[in-house]
Design a protein around this ligand. Sequence first.
Ligand code: HEM
Length: 295
Amino acid sequence: MSSVQRPHDTHNGKRMLLNHPGPGDPDEQTPYSSYLRSEVLHTLQMPLSDSAAEPAFMVNAQVMELYFGLIVHEMRTAQGELRSQRLDRATATLRRTAAHFRALNGNWLSLSWMTPVDFGPIQRGIAEVHGRRQFSALQSWMFRWMAILLGSRSTDGLVSLEGTPTRLRELREALGHPTLYDDVLGLLAQNGYLIPVACLQRDFAAPYAPHPAVGEVWRMVYQDPAEYEEFFALGETLADIAEEFTTWKYRHLMSVRRTFGNRDGYFGEPTVAWLSPTLDEIPFPELWTARAAVE
Ligand code: HEM
């Protein structure tokens, strides 16, 4: 394979990223490429249009997918640490999670220049290959899993995954398991804080119902950070995560506004109107409401 750069290289008959030098020889690896799988990684960008915007759109969406996966991994690790009463370890893991979220959100900068003229050809290219009403980012099961761990119990987008029954089943199962916040409340209870039984032994598949007694626990912690140092640090780390998750949704919504406007999305409804209410679903509810009662 020549190393000369051409407008479109192909791999297994599929077009690859512009100016890509080619798939290389899979038998030729350096320790670096073997560890990072970089020879595979650089064959995963296959644009469907001639739009100069598509490489940036695709790479950033892929990087975001990787971050969704990393964040899911970290949050599940933190859940295990909370369940084994290792508060300091869990807080450290969640601090990493907040850092990943910040980097994830930084990706929107790389797409900030996009306009409808940039996005249109990408959308048409996808529609030509996958069908006009078949494709939706709602099919990002990793994003959905991340949202589920953060407390979302919305099943609206699951219909878009009917073509992948295994992923659909996995997500339905995940909906019935404790969220990150459930494990935080469990640890608070184990440490003697007055968390109502109804909040601990609840139907995990249902949305969490905020409780004044939980708000009172957080108020107490926030009223005296020095006394409740460890749970205060956990609370602030959770607040960072909630803020960054909401920031992702806000930046996504603004990107949609700039590149797509309020035209109809997957469900045939105006996209901005459909996405906007999700901004109000902020994780860890009493962590926010309790602040109003701190003197
Ligand atoms: C900048 C151009 C973008 C446009 C115009 C756009 C458009 C949309 C639309 C219309 C929806 C609502 C569902 C639907 O009707 O299909 C949606 C949801 C979503 N998009 Fe995007 N999107 C863009 C960028 C991205 C990027 C870069 C990612 C990164 C992976 C992404 C991930 C998602 C996810 C995960 C959802 C589901 C959100 C939720 O369920 O709350 N989008 N997008």
